[in-house]
Each structure stands twice: as C-alpha cells, then as structure tokens.
Design a protein around this ligand. Structure first.
Ligand code: ASN
Length: 551
C-alpha cells in the first residue's frame, strides 16, 4: 500500500484535449475521454484502479517516485465546449462545482480549451476567495487520442502537482510549466508551448523533477471559509488604441451600460496627449463612474509614469494597471464591479494587487529591521528556513547598516542594532562621521550607540570626523563625550607637524576642536610650534602660541 493517497477532482469542460474529428473538423466528443484514460498506463494504474476504485470515472495514477498514490475523479460537463463558447456562466458553474467538492479533494484540475483558457484562469483567480488548495487549469493543442499529443503530459503534470503540492492558487499548467493563472496569455495557436507569463516567472517547472519556485507562490488564505463569488459584471470591455482611432469610436464604446473598460495603451501606458477631444471623452466617462484601466498593449512590461503622454491619461481619471495582462484586468474589473461597494473603493481595489495579478511597486524604502527586507533577500536566495534567515540577517545587517549610514538613510537604519560593526570593525557612526551626515550622527547618538569605538585601524568616529574635516560632527561628538583614542593621540604629533608644515590652519583647528594637545612633538621630537617658527609659518605660529598661553 502507498504511504499517502490524495484525491484530485478533474472538471472536464471541453477543449481540444478531448476532441475528435467529425466531417474533417475537431469537435468536443462526450463520453470518450475517461474511456481513453483507462487505456493509458501513464494516466491509469489499471490494476489498482480495477481493484480499489469502483466508480468508472475515478482512476489512479501510477505511484509517484516517493510512493504516493494520486486518485482522480473526472467530472465531465454536458455539453462539452470548445472554449470559444465559454461564458461567465460557465465560470460560475466551474466555481460552484469546486466549492461543492472543496472538502473532498486535495486539489482541482480543470480541463479546458486553450483559446480562452487565460480568461478562465484569470476569472477563477478572482472568484475564488480564501483559497487554500491548488486549482490548475490545463488542456492541450492536440487531442489526447492522437499518437503525438500534449494532452497526456499536460493532464498528468497538472494532476501530479494538484495532488502533491501546496500551491494554493489558481494556476495554468502547460508544456511543463505551472504559471499563476492570472499572469498568462496564449501566444501560440499551434505550438505545444502555447502560453507565456510575461511578467512573472513560472510557479513551478516540471522536468525530471518538479521544482517549485516557492518564493513566488502565494500563501494560503485561511482568514475565512473558501467561497466562490459568482457575481460578475458583464458590462466591461477591452479597447485597443491605435493611431487614428476616432473620438467617435471611443465615445461609442464608453456609452452606457458600459461600466468598466481596459484601455490597451502604447508602451509604458501612453496615449496621445495632443488629442484634447479624445482625452475629454475619457474624462467624461470616468467622471460619470466608468472605471477605465490603463494596461499596456505590449506583451511584457508595466504601465509607468515615465511619459507626459501617460500623465494625460491619469488626469483623465484612468487607473494604472501595472503589469497586468489584459485578461486579468478585464476579469478583475468584472469581479470588482459586481461587488456592492462604493465606486471609490472599487477604484482603489482595481489599483491594488488582489491575487498576485500585478507586481507591487515598492513605494516605501525597505528598512533593515523590517521582516520584509530579509524576506526579499531570502526570496532571491530561495531560502525558507528560519534559522538560515536569521543567519543571513546577522551577516547582512552590519554592512548594510554602514551602507545606509553612508548615504544618510535614517529610515533604513531605524531600529537596527547600529552598534554592530562590519568586517573592518567600522560602525554606522564611523561612516556617518566620515561622510559628515550630521543628522545620522545625531540619530545614532540619540539611540545610544557606543561612541568611543575603534575600527581595526584604531580610528574612532571622532578621529574620522577630524580627518574628513566635518566641524559640526566633531562638535556634536565632543558634546556627547567622544574622545580621541590613545592610538590616535600618539600619532597626532606627526600629523600636527605635517599640517603645520603645509600651513594648514583649518586642519589644526579641527584637532583642537577634537580635544587633542596641539603641542605634541612629531616623530623627530620637534613640536608644531617649533616647526612653525623654523619654517616661518607666521599665522600657524600665532595660533599655536595663543593656545599655549593659558598653560
Ligand atoms: N479551439 C480549442 C478550444 O479552445 C483550442 C484548444 O483547446 N487547443 O477549445
């Protein structure tokens, strides 16, 4: 007996995967797929299925490498549809069937035609609220009954993933890749490699092993019971800009009962800003409550605020759709518009990431103490382990804190352990003192950093401030009780003589401010005053002399 058995529900809606030729044309064929699956060893462990599974529509996959048994039940729809015939009613039916069977299965696979698969995957991603299990949409380019086809691999891969992995998302599996469902678009009508996810890496790659990109997978939403929201507003549309599009066309498109429009704009979200009548038509629509999303026509990339031509659309009341696909933007509009909430909240939701459909713009800078910061690094390094994360935090915090001090970024420094030093024993206070970042020095002092700390060269922050001649920093450090280190003082005589020799009064004054004795002899026993006398440095001599007087 296998170690574990999991159950997957396969909802078969139609599509090429189960089509046969009729009068030379491919048409969906009822009651044929399950029969064929029973005869496919890669999709049916005949013996186990015969002995243990009484229901004809329930089949077992052969055991996995690690001895797992995945059993799947096919729920065939009537009629089966070419996906060109799919409508929001079908999405609602699929959603409700998942909801009904949610507790009895570990995962769900939806067999679907490829033509509108990206729309269905996007729509379901929004409709499924508080999802904690995988829902994987798949199909094929060639019927599963043909000698060379992609249906067998796609179905087997989808069932294997749905039955084995915690990927609580609506996904699309095709040609060995598991994508987030609301990130894909169909890009090839013939190739097995039919889909792409232009702005997000696949969630998993299934080759010899199935490798999950854990850092991209969204966490399960346990905040409430799983629910499928079947209310969708159908008064939505896609409008593609092109040079010369008439204002009349745009106006006609925006007429009631239109409630939401995805405007497919140029490049980074641009439209003509020399067409006031066109912009006025858009503005009139948004003023009257139509939500218009700005989404790029480009396959890859995001709507940004780089161009004045994009700014014009913002002024007309359009909402930036980031890097959403057109399919995702449209189904999101349908879903959000159907909610019984204020227009302002709907607009807010449309600009926000709801199901991983758009990349979030990093508006706030990351703080070193912020858990997110270390998560971002961990994601880049694909690390999930808590202890390893702590080790990374410990290793990275000191140099990064120093880097933040260097650029004067107090926000990034907040709540960090600022007394940690880097590999050279240098603390953020050393760095801020060198750079003359008075505010950072103030902040660090206010937060109780150790003042008289030396780096591996024996230098203190005060010594650094002197060397880099940041008078105000020297003053501040002195006021806080900072003192030069013995080592620094021992070497000071030679340094003072050198300043004297070059007549550098300002440099000498800096040392005085730091509390050094300016009468210390240099390496040859000569004091700066004697040297000033010998070299005829009158100004320096006068300065040093008046220092001596009080003694
Ligand atoms: N016309 C088919 C469909 O979308 C295309 C396919 O599945 N490959 O149903």
């Amino acid at each position: 007996m296998p170690d574990v058995m999991t159950r997957v529900l396969v909802i078969y809606t139609g599509g090429t995967i189960g089509m046969t030729l009729k009068d030379g044309k491919l048409v969906p064929t009822p009651d044929a797929l399950v029969k064929a699956l029973h005869k496919m060893p890669m999709l049916c462990d005949e013996e186990y299925t015969k002995v243990h599974l009484k229901d004809y529509n329930t089949l077992a996959l052969p055991l996995t490498k690690d001895n797992k048994r995945i059993v799947y039940t096919v729920l065939e729809y009537n009629p089966l549809l070419d996906s060109s015939n799919i409508s929001p009613d079908d999405w609602a039916k699929i959603g409700k069937d998942i909801e009904k069977n949610y507790d009895n299965f570990e995962g769900f696979v939806i067999l679907h035609g490829t033509d509108t698969m990206a729309y269905t995957a996007s729509a379901l991603s929004f409709m499924c609220e508080h999802l904690c299990k995988p829902i994987i949409v798949t199909g094929s380019q060639v019927p599963i009954y043909q000698l060379r086809n992609d249906g067998r691999d796609n179905l087997q891969g989808a069932v294997l993933i749905a039955g084995q992995f915690d990927i609580p998302e609506v996904c699309l599996y095709f040609y060995n890749q598991l994508f987030r469902g609301n990130r894909v678009t169909k890009v090839n009508a013939e190739s097995f490699d039919a889909f792409t996810s232009p702005n997000l890496d696949p969630l998993a790659i299934a080759e010899a092993d199935i490798i999950i990109n854990k850092h991209i997978v969204r966490p399960p939403d346990h905040t409430a019971k799983f629910h499928v929201s079947t209310q969708l507003n159908r008064n939505v549309g896609l409008l593609r800009l092109f040079p010369g599009i008439t204002t009349a066309t745009v106006k006609a498109f925006l007429q009631p009962p239109m409630k939401g429009v995805v405007l497919e704009t140029y490049g980074c979200g641009n439209a003509p800003d020399n067409r006031p009548e066109l912009l006025a038509a858009l503005k009139m629509a948004t003023d009257s409550g139509v939500i218009i999303m700005n989404v790029t026509q480009c396959l890859k990339g995001t709507v940004s605020d780089s161009y004045a031509t994009g700014e014009a659309l913002k002024k007309a009341g359009l909402i930036a759709g980031g890097d959403m696909t057109q399919e995702a933007a449209l189904s999101k509009l349908s879903y959000v518009l159907a909610k019984g909430i204020d227009l302002s909240v709907k607009r807010e939701l449309m600009g926000k990431n709801l199901r991983g459909e758009m990349s979030e713009v990093q508006k706030t800078k990351l703080s070193l103490s912020d858990g997110r910061f270390i998560q971002v690094i961990a994601r880049c390094l694909s690390i999930n382990d808590k202890e390893k994360l702590e080790a990374i935090r410990e290793a990275l915090t000191p140099p990064l804190a120093c880097a933040a001090a260097r650029i004067g970024d107090i926000e990034a420094l907040k709540d960090t352990n600022f007394s940690l030093s880097d590999y050279d024993g240098r603390t953020p206070l050393h760095i801020a003192a060198c750079e003359g970042h008075l505010k950072v020095v103030e902040y660090l002092l206010d937060h109780g950093v150790t003042i008289s700390v030396t780096d591996r060269y024996g230098a203190t922050p005060l010594g650094n401030a002197v060397r880099f001649r940041h008078k105000e920093v020297v003053r501040l450090l002195r006021k806080a009780g900072a003192q030069l280190f013995t080592d620094e003082l021992d070497k000071a005589g030679t340094e003072l003589c050198s300043l004297t020799a070059s007549g550098d009064l300002e440099g000498l004054k800096m040392w005085e401010l730091a509390g050094a004795d300016l009468n210390q002899p240099g390496y040859n026993g000569q004091t700066p005053l004697e040297l000033a006398h010998d070299l005829g440095k009158k100004e320096v001599r006068a300065f040093l002399k008046q220092l001596k007087k009080p003694k």
